[in-house]
Design a protein around this ligand. Structure first.
Ligand code: HEM
Length: 435
């Protein structure tokens, strides 16, 4: 187990490729998370994503990793009927067409962060992408103003958002020993308690405000309004835990994906040129807004292609079997973990001819097949924030490429790790060469 875990941590992509070469389309690894069967073909991934949610437990698998932080009763950590019910409640604020209204907010935050970039001097983009995605989540999801004068709650949430990458090992239940405020896990428990108290206060304050004034556009305000079929709203604790899940699920993921998308585009001068031509034709001298962003089709296709070749999760969509399960002729016992493996699925030449080439045209004016393109997982558990993340990535790219000229400082960029995610080893170092 230690050997396989170490190889997955140190060199996940080449290890996965080697496993497929040696063992074929379906293989098992014994890693720290458990015995995990990896699926790499659309047919098997479809079985995983369309199977009975009562047997294929995503919540259980997620709880084992994030439960100590998120709690048991969230959309991320529940299963079966309870999960479906919560998901139905949370979905309306995340629907695709609603995302357009965050365009200007996302654009303004990106412009503020770009204004702090050094000129003619190499720097890593990744930390700036993390700044953008954190500020966007705090503003669009929590309705919090963030800036140099960030208040107490924003500061606590920013620290919590980084736990997954600053101390990923601490997410292993066996290492979660609370030996007081100054022990590694004790510090996180203390941070979590303070964040809960501050969030409870904020939710109480916002319930009052919502009754007075109604119509704010942030997701917390919308969630305060929702009620289930029996007219029950979400309780303060349910709201608080769901908000923490959205922060943890949405910040590092989107920032790391952005670092890769920039790396891919800046490595491909032809693609960069096509993006510039499209921006000039669609946005021109106007400002980016909710009308013109919808017409950036090539940019949208480029993001999908970048996520095809650089999905950030080695396993995106893990299910724990509640009962024995048969797939591709193999009988798997209860307790086994089964995972979608996008890196291998996305490199299949039958699905993507010349898979190593970066060709955004593959995704131009065609819907993606949900079992052939899976960086957001799938089925009833597909990422709730997918439309939000794709829209944010598009706004950030369009804002940057209409404002400044960038080039990569070093290439090729090596593949590295940041916590659970596959990230550019150098954080995608770039140079601003023109404004
Ligand atoms: C590029 C950025 C992102 C990537 C790559 C990503 C990827 C994923 C993946 C692979 C899953 C598991 C899906 C499965 O089990 O089949 C997931 C679940 C989830 N994600 Fe994301 N995510 C991203 C951004 C976001 C954002 C911005 C939010 C919210 C603001 C978010 C909220 C969630 C939630 C709530 C779930 C649990 C859904 C459920 O179990 O029903 N994610 N995400």
């Amino acid at each position: 187990m230690l050997f396989q875990t170490a190889r997955m941590v140190r060199n996940p992509l080449s290890y996965l490729e080697q496993c497929r070469r040696e063992f074929g389309d379906i293989f098992t690894l014994r890693i720290a998370l458990g015995t995990m069967v990896h699926l790499t073909t659309p047919a098997n991934i479809k079985v995983l994503f369309t199977g009975e949610p009562e047997n294929l437990l995503a919540g259980e698998a997620n709880y084992n990793l994030f439960g100590a932080i998120s709690g048991r009763g969230t959309v991320f950590t529940m299963d079966g009927e309870a999960h479906l019910h919560r998901r139905r409640l949370l979905s309306p604020p995340f629907r695709g067409e609603r995302m357009l209204q965050y365009t200007e907010l996302m654009r303004d935050i990106t412009e503020q962060v770009i204004a702090t970039w050094p000129v003619h001097r190499p720097f890593a983009l990744h930390p700036y992408m993390q700044q953008i995605t954190l500020r966007v989540i705090l503003a669009a999801v929590f309705g919090l103003e963030v800036g140099p004068q960030a208040d107490g709650l924003s500061h606590l949430l920013a620290m919590l958002a980084n736990v997954g990458t600053s101390s990923p090992l601490l997410l292993m239940p066996m290492l979660q020993w609370d030996l007081g405020r100054y022990s590694p896990w004790g510090r996180i428990v203390h941070l979590l308690k303070k964040t809960h108290t501050a969030l409870d206060l904020e939710i109480g304050r916002r319930r009052g405000l919502n009754q007075e004034s109604g119509s704010r556009e942030d997701i917390l305000s919308l969630l305060l309004e929702i009620k289930d079929e029996e007219e029950h709203p979400l309780t303060d604790q349910e709201l608080r835990d769901e908000l923490i899940v959205m922060l943890l699920a949405g910040h590092e993921t989107t920032g790391t994906t952005l670092a890769w998308v920039f790396e891919r585009i800046l490595s491909e001068p032809d693609v960069l040129e096509k993006i510039r031509v499209e921006l000039a034709a669609v946005v021109g001298n106007e400002r980016l807004d909710r009308q013109n962003i919808a017409r950036l089709e090539f940019l949208e296709a480029t993001i999908k292609e970048a996520m095809r070749v650089r999905p950030i999760m080695p396993q995106a969509g893990v299910r724990k079997l509640a009962a024995p399960f048969e797939i591709a002729g193999y009988k798997l016992p209860a307790g086994t973990l089964v995972a979608n493996t996008p890196h291998l699925l996305h490199r299949n030449p039958d699905l993507y001819p010349e898979p190593d080439r970066f060709l955004p045209e593959r995704f131009l004016r065609r819907n993606v097949n949900p079992y052939e393109w899976t960086p957001f997982g799938g089925g009833v558990r597909r990422c709730l924030g997918m439309a939000f993340a794709l829209h944010e990535i598009k706004v950030v790219l369009a804002t940057v490429f209409t404002k400044i000229r960038l080039r990569l400082a070093d290439s090729p960029v090596k593949v590295g790790r940041r916590g659970f995610f596959i990230a550019p080893a150098d954080g995608t170092r770039v140079v601003v060469v023109g404004i």
